[in-house]
Write a protein that binds this ligand. Structure first.
Ligand SMILES: Cc1cc2nc3c(=O)[nH]c(=O)nc-3n(C[C@H](O)[C@H](O)[C@H](O)COP(=O)(O)OP(=O)(O)OC[C@H]3O[C@@H](n4cnc5c(N)ncnc54)[C@H](O)[C@@H]3O)c2cc1C
Length: 380
């Protein structure tokens, strides 16, 4: 194998994993990040079993688990009546994976773990402004200098400059509502008897409750809500509206203080192409989706791992787009849209039946964990 010069744009979790995976395969890697440090806003935390297998191959798994929380189960609740409807148990996947659980570790911790192992290869404060290429190399223009590389991995997020420089369309749509994340120290587990990952359905408003470790490892909860379509950002972020939302997930009045608020636009979009000659798109640069089910980042990490392997073999580079694009549509876009619909419609009875039937329970988990997607990738 010839060592190649590979430039990765964006030190989010996907770019950081792509850079580390390529460096460990002996390539000359440079990772460029526009910000001065890793972004630590509260986004992904749920890490699915096939992703844990990749992190194990990268030598990160022990530390990753140490700074997160292991969660074997997830639950569906009917929020208005405060009833637990169904529980799914990853323990049923024990004969399918070495990691029959998810790990709740905030995504900035993953990026930081990778960056710590990429000493001297990461440049912060370097913003890519354009990408051009000929048959031999890629030129990457930045706010500082011009870089050249054999291959470029664009992992620069949903607004990807790399994707735009290549003129690749980002097909799909943006949902009219936004998602609000309230971070609090209130212990929903103790108060409601719920587990670390909970989906609470409701017709006008649903809430998802997740426990994460926090930087101090003392534990935090994230409560994620849909906003009303006609609700302004200011209204959604107002103290009155936030406290009212906490009241609707049964937080007592004297415990409605919160640590952070984040409001996100939500999209379902897939790039028309994942590759143009020597440049590849990975993670949110290639696709974005609503976060219900915890799939977007996971699929991005699977792509980064797959791509590092293909670039090392330098064969069948076309297979990257041929395999990964349909996989994202089938296992991430379709599943997250269905997950959102289920919560909005409060249609949980079917889940109770699935959870009660061992065969259907396992089949549901095989898809929800992305194990089925990972197996499909190998078959192709
Ligand atoms: C509320 C919420 C919860 C979520 N929960 C989950 C979950 O549990 N599980 C899951 O799988 N997914 C989840 N997601 C999705 C997940 O957060 C994203 O899929 C993930 O951030 C994608 O990582 P990325 O590295 O591709 O992009 P990003 O995290 O967006 O990183 C891109 C990086 O590129 C940098 N950059 C941008 N432009 C340039 C440039 N021109 N030059 C250099 N650098 C640049 C940015 O500064 C950034 O650091 C969630 C999302 C949200 C909003």
């Amino acid at each position: 194998m010839a060592a190649r010069t590979i430039l990765v744009v964006g030190a989010g979790p996907v770019g950081a994993v792509a850079a580390l995976a390529c460096a460990r395969r002996g390539h000359h890697v440079t990772l460029l990040e526009a910000q001065e440090r890793i972004d630590d806003s509260p986004r992904a935390s749920t890490t699915q079993p096939p992703t844990l297998e990749i992190l194990a191959e990268l030598g990160l798994i022990d530390e990753y688990i140490r700074v997160g929380l292991v969660a074997r189960t997830f639950q569906f609740w009917d929020r208005p009546t405060r009833r637990l409807i169904a529980e799914f148990d990853f323990g049923r996947l024990a004969d399918e994976t070495a990691y029959p659980y998810v790990v709740q570790t905030e995504q900035h911790k993953l990026a930081n773990l990778c960056v710590a192992r990429l000493k001297g290869k990461v440049h912060f404060g370097v913003s890519v402004t354009g990408v051009s290429q000929d048959e031999n190399q890629v030129r990457v223009e930045t706010n500082r200098e011009t870089f050249t590389a054999d291959y470029v991995i664009g992992a620069d997020g949903g607004r990807s400059t790399v994707r735009k420089s290549l003129g690749i369309e980002f097909e799909g749509y943006t949902w009219p509502e936004r998602f609000l994340v309230i971070t609090t120290k209130f212990d929903f587990g103790a108060a409601l008897g719920c587990c670390a990952r909970n989906y609470m359905a409701g017709r006008e408003e649903w809430t998802n409750l997740f426990k994460v470790a926090g930087d101090d490892l003392k534990g935090r909860w994230r409560a994620v809500y849909n906003t009303r379509e006609d609700e302004s950002d200011e209204e959604a972020l107002s103290d009155v509206a936030v406290r009212a939302r906490l009241a609707r997930v049964f937080v007592p009045e004297n415990e409605r203080d919160y640590l952070h608020l984040n409001l996100y636009k939500v999209h379902q979009r897939v790039a028309k192409q994942f590759r143009k000659e020597r440049v590849f798109l990975c993670g949110d640069a290639a696709h974005v989706n609503n976060p219900i089910g915890g799939l977007g980042l996971n699929s991005g990490i699977h792509e980064a791992w797959h791509l590092a392997q293909l670039l090392t073999e330098e064969k069948e580079l076309d297979s990257y787009e041929r395999i990964r694009r349909p996989l994202n549509i089938k296992y991430v876009q379709e599943q997250t849209v269905a997950n959102k619909k289920r919560l909005e419609e409060g249609r949980l009875e079917e889940l109770r039946e699935i959870a009660a039937d061992p065969k259907r329970h396992k089949a549901f988990l095989m898809r929800a964990s992305l194990i089925e997607s990972a197996r499909d990738a190998i078959r192709n």
